[in-house]
Ligand binder design. Structure first.
Ligand code: HEC
Length: 209
């Protein structure tokens, strides 16, 4: 009788130990496939956008660069959004113009700026309205801006226009400025532009004099 009691106690103890291992060891944590050798890399926690994430202390899933750091290709930009473009030193586009650069600028413009500024920069983009209508990039004001002043607006934003520095690399911002100049010439060419065009046509093989 005593022996039987001992056996029952031992059996209950074994059941408890097995249950403890099952619950807490981590080996059996996946009900669909309980015996997985080192399963953790297979079942990483999915990051669901706009939800909390308990891995980092700030509960944010997306990490931001540490304060005061720049990506390898970024140059620090010295002027804040509070500085008006007219107060920024005037200088010309440091990227030499070429067919490739203008086409690159066109790609950037047609990807990012067109939605608000419209295909010719007149301010008639697809999101206007409800987005407030931006001023025309064909205005005498922007024609008179130095390239560096347009660069300033793209880099830090202006009033309701946000900064596009995080989305557009510096070289692409200069390329889009070349493209804006091309749009301005095509919309309202100056006398010199027309003369340059005439001589280009005359010098082009097969062109009409
Ligand atoms: C979400 C809409 C939006 C996008 C995208 C956008 N802009 Fe703007 N932009 C505006 C608005 C609105 C203004 C007018 C801001 C203000 O009230 O001063 C503006 C102003 C400007 C100005 C100054 C115009 C002036 O007369 O003062 C320039 C230059 C400019 N944008 C260039 C660009 C370029 C280049 C891009 C693409 C890289 C771009 N913007 C993308 C909305 C946008």
């Amino acid at each position: 009788m005593k022996c039987a009691l001992k056996m029952v106690v031992a059996l209950v103890a074994v059941i408890f130990v097995c249950r403890f291992i099952y619950k807490h060891s981590g080996i059996f944590q996946y009900a669909h496939n309980p015996l997985q050798y080192m399963p953790n890399m297979h079942h990483t926690k999915a990051l669901i956008p706009q939800r909390g994430y308990d891995f980092f202390p700030d509960h944010a899933g997306v990490r931001v660069p540490p304060a005061g750091t720049l990506a390898k290709t970024q140059q620090p930009y010295p002027y804040a959004k509070t500085v008006p473009a007219t107060d920024v030193p005037k200088y010309s586009n440091p990227t030499p113009i070429s067919r490739e650069v203008v086409l690159r600028g066109q790609k950037v413009f047609m990807t990012t700026c067109v939605v608000c500024h419209g295909p010719s920069g007149l301010g008639n983009g697809y999101v206007v309205p409800p987005f407030p209508q931006p001023p025309s990039l064909q205005s005498d004001k922007i024609r008179g801006y130095a390239d560096s002043q347009i660069f300033h607006v793209i880099s830090v934003g202006q009033n309701s226009m946000g900064s596009y520095a995080p989305q557009i690399r510096e070289e692409d911002r200069w390329a889009v400025i070349h493209y804006i100049r091309v749009l301005q010439i095509s919309e309202k060419p100056s006398e010199e532009d027309l003369k340059a065009f005439d001589s280009l046509i005359q010098n082009t093989k097969g062109g009409q004099p």
